[in-house]
Ligand binder design. Structure first.
Ligand code: ATP
Length: 299
């Protein structure tokens, strides 16, 4: 499916299939198209081309049947009501609702249930939004940057609840900037950048796709950076004090060449990239390709 706003292609030929029980992270920087993709899935916007099918029908039908719960970034909460009243309303409207008390407990908001919604902190508001998204037995839960504004404890409790939902066979799709969250929570990570899917797989597969490994070692004496830059398969180099950090697309060949230069690296460590470095490597490579294509076209 594709969605543009004027000149901006927010969603560019994205083709996605979600499976029952999967926890999927939609990972991308600001403006990558995460919210737009979720809006299309929820039927809040229509694609310019392509189509969206949720449980064999339109998003609206799946929502009416209580199959989909969503927690979005935008959208205010009803203000002049107590938290409990708002949650009760969501439960009343849900075809497969849980008891109000259970929803409150699940979201960790029992203690603030008698507070007015317009008196809550940002993190508390997020928890109320979460309660509204989980007021009933949804098969698909869509969350747009759900932990924004939550402190660490609440964040952990939140993900524990989400994991329980996934264990019960629900599909959880969440948008995030937080690479650690995607790495720790998701079975599947979809990297979005400029409206396109750059990678789709487990966190380990994404890291492997970035193709590079990290080599860290110490060298004695004066460090000849120019010689190091000539190492084969090198994609990044930093030197701080006596410590050298390298990224290489073939760590074995780079290390052998290091010895070939007559150097004696100490404390040598070779490791895979973290998801964050993998993410940067993948999006940077994509930007370089886009720039090269633009240059080619301009010629
Ligand atoms: N209603 C709109 N009108 C015009 N442009 C829009 C609109 N909504 C989004 N965009 C543009 O579409 C692109 C994708 O935006 P989107 O909100 O989907 O990204 P995102 O990945 O969710 O970003 P963020 O992490 O900042 O929330 C951006 O360039 C944004 O400026």
């Amino acid at each position: 499916m594709t969605k543009s706003y004027g000149q901006v292609k927010a969603v560019d030929r994205i083709n996605l299939t979600l499976h029952p029980g999967e926890t999927v992270a939609l990972l991308g920087p600001n403006g990558a198209g995460k919210s737009s993709t979720l809006d299309l899935l929820l039927g809040l916007r229509r694609p310019d081309s392509g189509s969206v099918e949720v449980f064999g029908g339109t998003p609206a039908r799946a929502i009416a049947k209580g199959q989909v719960g969503a927690m979005l970034q935008s959208g205010g909460l009803m203000e002049d009501v107590k938290v409990r009243e708002l949650v009760k309303l969501a439960c009343d409207l849900h075809p497969r609702a849980y008891p109000v008390q259970q929803v409150l407990e699940n979201a960790g908001i029992t203690e603030i249930a008698d507070r007015m919604v317009n008196k809550l902190s940002g993190g508390q508001e997020q928890r109320v939004r979460f309660a509204l998204a989980t007021a009933g037995a949804n098969d698909l839960i869509i969350l747009d940057e759900p932990t924004t504004g939550m402190d660490v404890t609440v964040r952990q409790a939140f993900w524990a609840t989400m994991r329980r939902q996934a264990e019960q066979g629900r599909t959880v799709l969440f948008a995030t900037h937080y690479l650690e969250e995607a790495d720790a929570i998701a079975d599947r990570v979809i990297v979005l950048h400029r409206g396109r899917v750059l990678a789709d797989g487990s966190a380990a597969e994404i890291k492997a796709k970035a193709g590079a490994r990290r080599i860290v070692f110490d060298l004695d004496g004066r460090i000849d950076e120019t010689a190091l830059r000539g190492l084969p398969f090198l994609t990044a180099l930093t030197v701080s004090g006596q410590t050298v950090r390298i990224q290489s697309t073939d760590a074995d060949a780079t290390t052998h060449a290091l010895y070939g230069l007559g150097l004696y690296p100490r404390n040598l460590e070779v490791s895979g990239l973290g998801l964050e470095q993998a993410f940067i490597a993948i999006t940077t490579a994509s930007d370089a390709t886009t720039a090269a294509t633009a240059e080619e076209t301009a010629r």
